[in-house]
Design a protein around this ligand. Structure first.
Ligand SMILES: [Zn+2]
Length: 281
């Protein structure tokens, strides 16, 4: 049975991104780099999946604003397959009230937070009412808790280990650390291992196969393979490219005595009932 579910996608229009954000992206990834896609491209990209999570982003600090309404309008087309996640900048007044409104009025199913883009520290007490609201409303939080190419983004607020106290304070709040918290995979794995409510996704790692290989070997050694979720970070990466990179993960160590990522682990990542795990259905 096909259980391939893309837990990490974006639907970005060109005007959602500021010029300086785009300039930083192109500096890191080259002139041809694209951050935006049309709804039609998004629809087509996840045809082979059982469904996808689509993320809003409220990040005025770096000039990246994908409105909750935009995501809600798109995901409403197909509510059994598409799950929209709201985004609220914790620096706004009463962010918990904004989240509640997004969920009740727009039927969004989770919360996207990104300290490196929204310029907040996860352990700042101003954020705790927002976490409490997400837990109360049974909304999983997708965290971009890792590095970024954005010059203005504060790395000092972006380490995965800061999510450990949040996970312990809110044991019923499900959280996903995107991109395995790259390049701090070890921190991510230690947070995921000890907190039953924390998961991590493998999205966007396809461009760095050696890093991805090492992260997956480490994840297996620590026994967190059941909590590795499949995601692409579309439009940056596609389902095809991500599946291919997973299936080819051991190529770099062929003919050596280095450990291999077991086939059963790769299959587990590709066949997981993520909506059920995250309480979305
Ligand atoms: Zn992303």
């Amino acid at each position: 049975m096909n259980l391939l579910f893309d837990c990490h996608t974006h639907l970005v229009e060109p005007h959602h991104i500021s010029g300086h954000f785009l300039a930083d992206a192109k500096k890191a990834w080259g002139e041809s780099f694209r951050l935006s896609s049309t709804p039609e491209e998004h629809r087509k990209a996840n045809e082979g999946c059982t469904g996808a999570i689509v993320l809003a982003l409220d990040a005025p600090a770096v000039g990246f604003n994908v409105p909750n309404e935009w995501v809600a309008q798109y995901t409403a087309e197909n509510p059994t397959r598409l799950f929209g996640f709201a985004s609220v900048d914790p620096n706004r007044d009463s962010p918990e009230r904004l989240l509640e409104a997004a969920v009740k009025e727009l039927h969004l199913k989770g919360l996207k937070l990104a300290p490196i883009y929204q310029d907040f520290h996860p352990l700042d007490r101003i954020c705790y009412p927002l976490y409490a609201k997400a837990q109360e409303l049974k909304l999983p939080i997708m965290w971009h808790q890792g590095t970024s190419f954005v010059h203005k983004g504060p790395l000092e607020k972006s380490r995965p280990v800061y999510l450990d106290p949040v996970a312990r304070s809110f044991p019923d709040l499900k959280m996903i650390i995107a991109h395995m918290g790259h390049p701090w995979m070890g921190e991510t794995i230690s947070v995921v291992r000890k907190n039953p409510n924390v998961f991590t996704d493998i999205s966007a790692l396809a461009s760095r196969p050696w890093q991805m290989y090492n992260a997956l070997v480490e994840a297996v050694e620590y026994g967190i393979e059941d909590k590795l979720l499949f995601g692409t970070d579309f439009p940056f990466f596609t389902v095809e490219r991500t599946v291919e990179s997973l299936r080819n993960i051991n190529l770099a160590v062929d003919g050596t005595n280095l450990p291999r990522v077991p086939e059963r682990v790769i299959e587990k990542i590709l066949h997981k009932n993520t909506p059920e795990l995250l309480g979305l259905v």
